[in-house]
Design a protein around this ligand. Structure first.
Ligand code: SF4
Ligand code: F3S
Length: 106
């Protein structure tokens, strides 16, 4: 499956959600995740993210391995999102910032 990684935190642009043919994106307060049990590896979402936060599970950036389990866990709790909405208000400032994991809201 594909995995949403750290760069999405506090940005949440949601361009990724509308292309998913199986509606496997789930929305939290400041992050999205992909349900690994639903993702069919179609690859369509990966190029949609303007800040390159989406990777195949086998290719997540070094140090971000924890996001594989986080996507699996949080997708069970959060509701499905299928319609694009505006990114978070200060998303531009948070693009590409390192070490955002402690800022993830549940
Ligand atoms: Fe959905 Fe395809 Fe992305 Fe998986 S790879 S989350 S099926 S758009
Ligand atoms: Fe996040 Fe990128 Fe989607 S910022 S919400 S993974 S478009």
């Amino acid at each position: 499956p594909f995995v949403v990684t750290e760069n999405c935190i506090k940005c949440k642009y949601t361009d990724c959600v509308e292309v998913c043919p199986v509606d496997c994106f789930h929305e939290g307060p400041n992050f999205l995740v992909i349900d690994p049990d639903e993702c069919i590896d179609c690859t369509l979402c990966e190029p949609e993210c303007p800040i390159n936060a989406i990777y195949p599970e086998d290719d997540v950036p070094a140090g971000q391995e924890a996001f594989v389990a986080l996507n699996a866990e949080l997708s069970k709790d959060w509701p499905v999102i299928t319609t694009r909405k505006d990114g978070l208000p200060d998303a531009k400032e948070w693009e590409g910032k390192p070490d955002k994991l402690p800022l993830l809201e549940r």
